[in-house]
Design a protein around this ligand. Structure first.
Ligand SMILES: [Zn+2]
Length: 342
């Protein structure tokens, strides 16, 4: 069992297909392979960029995905990167985003790969964390990975740890033209993948030595919003689980160039913000103060979004273990209760 990353990047289409071939797609796919191979958390053996023959058909893509999914175990990460064209036909029954493969034709939905098949393989994989990075048009319409319907016969932990990170959030169109502000080969990638890859390749100034999904999302958003070439669309990341605290990539910026570890948060709202980005690295510090831990859980439990509620449950479980002494637990629980009563 091992973590697996699969990169799908169909760059070339038949002349009469009505679909534009983009060298930026192929270059992005190649760079994902190179960057992942150079990351100590992945390495060349754990990632694979699908070849031209494989991305030619839905069958080729799905066979490769299934084989990789079957190799993941409960401690592993399953990462799928798709760079290409997306389409969405609202008149199909149970409309799904469709992803292009090399043999796709513009107005022939049956020649595209329904994202439903890709989701199905990812949902059924045993990996504890499943991440889809989708760099294509209509990626804003991709649903959460962990969303219903729950498939019969799969692991009870189906909803544990999924993430969909997409190039577009508010618009359907994802530009393919490279971003001139990016250095070297990255300028020949699509803008979203180019910026994301730059962060994976060069790291961020954050003091952490590994990048969680939360840190990655923040870094990509910051960089794309303030890009020197032009402010880009804001990418979208939807999580259905607080496992955005799971480290996914190495922060490859040298430690001396990174910011110093920030002071511990002081008030509970600061703690909430910190833990939402990286739920575990500072949690032990919070657990030294029973009352403050109670305040943080209280804030999170009164929020409506899934990520907050998952995080509340996670901290509560840790608090139950940590505060086994009755007085300590009472100090914690009094704070939680007080806030919940208001
Ligand atoms: Zn840019």
């Amino acid at each position: 069992m091992a973590s697996r990353a699969v990169v799908i990047g169909p760059a070339a289409y038949a002349v009469n297909s009505g679909i534009d071939s983009h060298t930026t797609i192929g270059e992005s796919a190649r760079m994902y392979g190179e960057v992942l191979a150079g990351d100590a958390m992945w390495g060349a053996d754990n990632c694979r960029v699908l070849g031209k023959d494989e991305v030619e058909t839905a069958d080729g893509v799905m066979r490769a995905l299934q084989a990789a999914a079957d190799e993941t175990g409960p401690e592993d990460i399953f990462l799928v990167v798709y760079v290409g064209h997306g389409q969405y036909w609202s008149d199909l029954p149970g409309a799904q985003v469709h992803l292009s493969v090399g043999s796709s034709h513009k107005d022939k939905p049956w020649t595209w790969l329904s994202s439903w098949y890709l989701y199905r393989v990812m949902r059924r994989a045993r990996a504890k964390l499943k991440v889809l990075i989708a760099d294509c048009c209509y990626s804003n319409l991709l649903p959460q990975l962990g969303e219903e319907p729950v498939l019969p016969g799969v692991l009870g932990e189906l909803d544990e740890g999924t993430c969909v990170f997409t190039a577009v959030k508010n618009a359907n169109f994802a530009p393919a033209e490279g971003c001139s502000a990016l250095p070297g080969d990255l300028a020949h990638c699509t803008p979203f993948s180019g910026h994301l890859l730059r962060i994976l390749q060069d790291g961020t100034k954050d003091h952490e030595s590994r990048l969680t999904i939360g840190l990655l999302r923040e870094a990509v958003r910051r960089e794309m919003e303030s890009c020197a070439a032009a402010p880009h669309q804001v990418p979208r990341m939807s999580l259905n689980d607080a496992r955005d605290g799971t480290p996914l990539f190495t922060n490859r910026m040298e430690a001396t160039r990174r910011d110093r570890a920030p002071q511990l948060p002081v008030d509970p709202e600061d703690w909430v913000r910190t833990l939402m980005l990286d739920r575990d690295s500072r949690l032990d510090d919070l657990l030294k103060d029973e009352r403050k831990t109670g305040d943080v859980v209280a804030i999170l439990s009164t929020r409506q979004d899934d990520a907050s509620r998952h995080l509340a449950r996670h901290i509560d479980a840790r608090a139950n273990n940590a505060f086994s002494e009755p007085h300590a637990f009472a100090r914690y629980w009094n704070q939680v209760e007080k806030a919940l009563r208001v």
